[in-house]
Design a protein around this ligand. Structure first.
Ligand SMILES: NC(=O)c1ccc[n+]([C@@H]2O[C@H](COP(=O)([O-])OP(=O)(O)OC[C@H]3O[C@@H](n4cnc5c(N)ncnc54)[C@H](O)[C@@H]3O)[C@@H](O)[C@H]2O)c1
Length: 336
C-alpha cells in the first residue's frame, strides 16, 4: 500500500513517523500549499513533495490518502479523493457539519473506497483496557463518567486557522471535545443522545469558544459530564468512570488506575505499538477484508453531530436531543 499525505502540518509528522516504522505500507509523497513545509517533510522521509494535492494524487496514484488539513477543507478534499478512487484516512473531526459528513459518506459509498476517521482514542492501551473492564462488569455497573481536559489552547504555537470558526468549525469543543465525545461513545459502546451544554468566549485570539461544560446522556441512559478549558492554568486529561463497585481513573496516554477501598492502584497496560501504527494496521485490515472500519463515516458523523448539539444547546439554553438512529439529526426544534 502506498499512501500519500495531504497537509504537512503538526499531525502529519506523527503519521509519517508511524508509516516509517511499518513494512507493509510506505508513504510516497506529501502535499502542502506551503511548499517549504512539504519539502522539509519530503526531505526527512525521502518522499516526493507537491504544493497541489490534486496533482499529487493524479501523478502518484496512491492507494490511500491521509488528509491532515484544517477542518473546513476535510469535506471537499475527502470527496475529491474518494472520486479519484483512493481509500482515505481522514483526520478528526470528520467535517465541521453533519451535512458535510453525509456528502462524504455518499461519495465514499458510491466509489466503494474505505474511509476511516482518525479517532485515535481507540488505539491507546489504557483506553482499550478500560473498555474491557467496563464490558467485563468486574467493577459492577457503570453509573457515570466525568471527562476533564484542560490545556493552554491559546498557545502561540497553535496555527491561526484553529481560532477562526469559519475554518475550524469551533474551538475547544470541536477540536478536543471530539476526542471526549468519541472516548465516551467508544468506551461505552453507545452514542450521545442528549446534550445540555454551555461554552464561553474569553480567549485572547479569534472568535472561537475557549471552554465547554456539557452534561450528556448516552442512548443507553449513561450520564456524563464533559469539562474542558483552554484558558491555561494546569493541563489535565482525565476520565473518571464511576461504577457501583469502584472507579477507574483513565489518563489516555499516561495510564489507568482502579479506585477501590479508598485508594487507587495502577492497572498494567502495555502499548505494544504506537496508536498511529495501530490505526494504520486497522485501516489495512479493513481494506484487505473489505470490512467497514470502526471509525467509519457514519460513526464519525455521530461525533460531529454531538459537537453541533453542544453549540445548539449553548445558543438555545435548552437540552438538545439527537436522533442517532437517523444519523445524528438534531431532534429538538430549538436546535437550529
Ligand atoms: N488525532 C489527533 O490526536 C490529532 C492531533 C492533532 C491534530 N489533529 C487533526 O489533524 C488535522 C490537522 O491538524 P494540524 O495540527 O496538523 O494542523 P496544521 O495547521 O499544523 O496543518 C495543516 C496543514 O495543512 C496545510 N494546508 C492548508 N490548506 C491546504 C491545501 N488547500 N492544500 C494542501 N495543504 C493545505 C497547511 O499549510 C498546514 O501545513 C486537524 O483535523 C486536527 O484536528 C488530530
Amino acid at each position: 500500500m502506498r499512501p500519500a499525505i495531504i497537509g504537512a502540518g503538526a499531525i502529519s509528522a506523527l503519521h509519517l513517523q508511524a508509516l516509517a516504522g511499518m513494512d507493509e505500507i510506505e508513504a510516497v509523497a506529501i502535499a502542502d500549499i506551503d511548499g517549504d513545509r512539504a519539502g522539509e517533510a519530503a526531505r526527512q522521509h525521502t518522499i516526493r513533495a507537491y504544493t497541489d494535492y490534486r496533482l499529487m494524487v493524479e501523478k502518484e496514484k496512491p492507494d490511500i490518502v491521509v488528509i491532515t488539513l484544517p477542518h473546513h477543507l476535510h469535506r471537499d478534499c475527502a470527496i475529491w479523493c474518494a472520486q479519484s478512487g483512493c481509500h482515505i484516512l481522514l483526520e478528526k473531526p470528520m467535517a465541521i457539519r453533519a451535512e458535510d459528513c453525509d456528502e462524504i459518506i455518499g461519495v465514499v459509498n458510491d466509489r466503494k473506497v474505505k474511509l476511516m476517521v482518525g479517532h485515535t482514542q481507540h488505539y491507546f492501551a489504557e483506553n482499550i483496557k478500560a473498555r474491557e473492564m467496563i464490558e467485563s462488569g468486574q467493577l459492577g455497573k457503570l453509573v457515570m463518567i466525568n471527562d476533564v481536559r484542560h490545556v493552554d489552547y491559546y498557545a502561540d504555537s497553535r496555527p491561526g486557522w484553529f481560532f477562526e470558526t469559519a475554518k475550524s468549525g469551533g474551538g475547544i469543543a470541536m477540536n478536543l471535545g471530539s476526542h471526549a465525545i468519541d472516548r465516551i461513545q467508544w468506551l461505552t459502546d453507545s452514542k450521545i443522545a442528549q446534550v445540555k451544554a454551555s461554552v464561553s468566549f474569553y480567549g485572547t485570539r479569534g472568535d472561537i469558544e475557549g471552554s465547554l461544560t456539557a452534561f450528556v446522556r448516552t442512548d443507553r441512559g449513561l450520564p456524563c459530564v464533559i469539562s474542558q478549558s483552554g484558558y491555561g492554568g494546569v493541563n489535565r486529561d482525565e476520565t473518571e468512570l464511576v461504577f457501583t463497585e469502584g472507579m477507574l481513573k483513565l489518563r489516555t496516554g499516561a495510564g489507568l488506575w482502579v479506585g477501590r477501598s479508598g485508594e487507587y492502584r495502577q492497572v498494567e497496560t502495555i502499548q505494544n505499538e504506537p496508536p498511529f501504527v495501530l490505526q494504520y494496521r486497522d485501516l489495512l485490515d479493513c481494506i484487505r477484508a473489505d470490512a467497514v472500519p470502526e471509525c467509519s463515516g457514519e460513526y464519525s458523523k455521530s461525533v460531529v453531530s454531538a459537537v453541533q448539539a453542544i453549540y445548539a444547546s449553548h445558543r438555545s439554553g435548552q437540552e438538545v436531543a439527537l436522533n442517532q438512529q437517523q444519523g445524528g439529526t438534531l431532534a429538538c426544534s430549538t436546535a437550529t
